[in-house]
Design a protein around this ligand. Sequence first.
Ligand code: FAD
Length: 366
Amino acid sequence: MEFQLNEEQKMWRDVVHNFCQKEVAPRAAQTDHEAKTPMDIIKKMAPIGLLGLPVPEEDDGPGLDYVSIAIAIEELGRACGSTALSIAAHSGLGLNPIIRWGTAEQKAKYIPQLMSGDYLGSLALTEPSAGSDLVNGVKTKAVLDGDTWVINGSKAWITNPSFSSFITTLCRTDENARTRGFSMIIVEVDREGLIISPPEKKMGLKGSPTNMLSYDNVRVPKENLLGEEGRGLHQALATLDVGRITIGAMAVGLAFGKPIGQHQSIQNKIADMATLVEASRLLVYQSAWLKGNDKPFTTQAAMAKLFASEASEKAAFEAIQIHGGYGYSPEYPVERIYRDQRLLSIGEGTNEILRMVIGRKVLAGE
Ligand SMILES: Cc1cc2nc3c(=O)[nH]c(=O)nc-3n(C[C@H](O)[C@H](O)[C@H](O)COP(=O)(O)OP(=O)(O)OC[C@H]3O[C@@H](n4cnc5c(N)ncnc54)[C@H](O)[C@@H]3O)c2cc1C
């Protein structure tokens, strides 16, 4: 077994690390405090390939392997949770479905937009009463009227739409079919009837915009269907499978600390934190490697996200503890990191749902 990064991966880590430490980390506290997405910094990510992480060379992307994608999100997470989440959603939720199911025309139109740094990618699955249970919960409906889809409904907790040119939207397109009754439809943000509400106020990740959306008779051409009609739920679940690798990587990045102190008990905490981080990283890289080598990875990606998100919470908890009273103050980054990491056991499949996914797979002998 090979546990080392190859030379290209090491060079990539250096490039991303240097960029993140120079550009992203110094603005992390301000980004959190002002709850403002650092689009000027994000724009600077375009030339080094950070805005096209999953884009293959044939679509003019950097053609990275999945371990390299995980490395990038880990480094971003280490520098700034908000920026890491925006880029993880941009790549995993925004770009991935277009790369995987887009027609040649859709790819030619949308991939360059997303790689330019002018826009962020966005995927709208969740609704006010549909989160873990999309099958029974999703009410947003799209009906064909001649050559036009007419969309009505609302979405909740969507990352990035205020900086997007289009939002890929999960809609119910057949009331009578159950899991095959959904489709993904590309909705450009300037379509009449689409309203993006002001950003939600959040506990952490404040510089990553999260919005409610409402669709009131929004009309888009029939060609805006992404992939096959009736396959939307399958597409959503497949997209989340991959997204879990990057959310796990973000947890590894956030769990990095700069521990202080020489007390025995503090050394013990540091040992525990370092062990958790190392184990999380191995799970994340393993799932990234499986995905990159076209092997089944659903169970490992779920394990990676489950373990890494809980490890990052423990590490962030102990980091505050080690800092004592100062750890509770916004003057030190550990307070922000504690708030930021809290999302990671909720987004892209709650940890309760992941335990169900893993349990079922294990019992099925997969
Ligand atoms: C900052 C942020 C960004 C987000 N970005 C996006 C985005 O870009 N796109 C998008 O579509 N969504 C996004 N979401 C939504 C996120 O994916 C959902 O919040 C998540 O899927 C959980 O859904 P829910 O909030 O409806 O909770 P629920 O599904 O209602 O769950 C509530 C609780 O019940 C538990 N639970 C639910 N069902 C079961 C069950 N069967 N067995 C055991 N326990 C269960 C859950 O684990 C959880 O603890 C975002 C959320 C946040 C907070």
